[in-house]
Design a protein around this ligand. Structure first.
Ligand code: B12
Length: 365
């Protein structure tokens, strides 16, 4: 008999309160945020060529709360279109990404909601992956990264899946975590995120559930060990492109390793250096590293919470201006506008400080 599980809101709440699932993040500090500009440029200025890329970038921007009105609108249209017209024809991971991008948070003026039809479709695609594994020597239709994405989205959007089946499928020994003989850090990290969500959703804690939960917990612990064993001397985990998702996995499972095993700050510093050297010139790669640098994970996807936008004047200003002169002109004109608006005096003072620190950091770099 298939054991079905859903994630009600209460479950989500408990999940964040359960002491065994400790979240510990680190993030780029405010003064260094301008160093993320190249990522935003890559995401902003490249024309999205694929649905996956659009969903990836939209998800990333919404998770970290960076509002780019035109870009977000365009991406929203593109991803919405995928959900409405192409959902049946895309892969399990593509559908998961699409749903997560649309459901990352909620804007009052948006009409799109993750409807039950999409969730049911993803359940079907997930089952097709599993059936393919049964029929074809353990090989899914796509790969384990996508299987994990699908599970994560199902968990986040209260889809049905069998926790018993999950505990069997996601054992760390599974060959699908490897390409050749190499452990895929990206795949392991995505699985950790999915398993962490699933484990948080097991709320009944009947003896049977308890056993499954422990087994999933063990898988997570072993996967985290494998991920950490791929840590390089400079702090990267796997390679530069897998580091963001590995960081997310480590954020959500800090109960599975000791503080001495991972120096988050060292990883951040190395990634920032790589960014300045142009490592992330593909939108998907930029989109995959950004959330972790802002202390966010894919588990922060929450269709019921309003989208919160961070102050990014500093980033915007740096991007819009090609040199200090232009920057000063822009600053002056904005200051005039702000000075006129006396009502927002305190806001203005805060903003002015941000601009000054922005200019300083630009000039120092
Ligand atoms: C699964 C996977 C593969 C599988 C893909 C086939 C399969 N069995 O599904 C295999 C093992 C064949 C593979 C091969 C390679 N991969 Co690969 N792969 C992944 C992985 C883990 C998941 C991709 C996925 O399914 N995404 C989710 C779905 C929804 O998105 P998608 O866009 O539809 O996914 C497709 C593309 O990503 C494509 N693909 C996979 N790898 C690559 C690499 C490049 C350069 C391109 C253009 C496309 C591509 O295959 C996916 C399935 O159709 C990602 C990890 C990640 N963080 O994205 C790495 C990743 C995308 N791969 C990477 C690399 C480097 C490679 C190889 C160059 C490795 C090598 N040295 O041979 C080759 C190149 C393949 C190519 N098409 O040119 C890098 C890309 C780095 C970058 N510059 O952005 C990633 C990010 C891993 C990493 N951390 O280094 N890969």
């Amino acid at each position: 008999m298939r054991q079905l599980h859903q994630l009600p809101l209460v479950g989500l709440l408990l999940f964040f309160l359960t002491p065994s699932q400790l979240f510990k993040t680190c993030e780029v500090n405010e003064d260094d945020r301008f160093r993320l500009n190249p990522l935003l440029s890559t995401m902003s200025y490249s024309i999205c060529t694929s649905e996956v890329q659009a969903a990836n970038v939209l998800l990333s921007l919404r998770l970290v709360g960076i509002k780019r009105q035109n870009l977000e609108q365009k991406l929203m249209q593109e991803v919405n279109d995928t959900a409405v017209r192409k959902a049946s024809n895309i892969s399990s991971g593509q559908l998961a990404w699409t749903m997560m991008a649309l459901g990352a948070c909620h804007n009052p003026n948006e009409t799109f909601i993750i409807d039950l039809q999409l969730v049911r479709l993803l359940e079907e695609k997930f089952q097709e992956e599993i059936e393919n594994m049964r029929a074809h020597n353990g090989n899914p239709l796509t790969n384990y990264y996508q299987l994990s994405q699908a599970l994560l989205a199902l968990c986040l959007f209260s889809g049905n899946y069998s926790v018993t089946e999950i505990a069997e499928l996601f054992t760390p020994e599974n060959k699908n975590y490897y390409f050749g003989n190499q452990f895929s850090v990206d795949t392991g990290a995505m699985a950790v995120l999915a398993l962490t969500c699933v484990n948080g959703s097991i709320i009944n804690r009947q003896p049977e559930d308890e056993k499954i939960s422990m087994s999933i917990n063990n898988h997570t612990e072993l996967l985290i060990k494998k991920i950490l064993s791929e840590k390089k001397e400079n702090g990267l985990i796997g390679n530069i492109y897998s580091t963001g998702e590995a960081m997310q996995a480590l954020f959500v499972s800090s109960n599975h390793y000791n503080e001495s095993e991972w120096n988050c700050q060292q990883t951040l510093d190395t990634v920032l250096k790589e960014i300045s050297q142009g490592a992330f010139n593909i939108p998907t790669a930029a989109a995959q590293i950004l959330p972790a640098l802002m202390g966010k994970t894919y588990l922060n996807v929450n269709k019921d919470s309003p989208c919160v936008y961070t102050s990014v004047q500093c980033l915007e200003l740096n991007m819009l201006s090609m040199n200090v002169k232009k920057k000063e002109e822009k600053l002056a004109s904005i200051i005039v506008r702000y000075t006129k608006a006396k009502k927002v005096r305190s806001l203005y003072e805060k903003w002015e400080l941000e601009q000054l620190s922005c200019l300083n950091s630009w000039e120092l770099s």
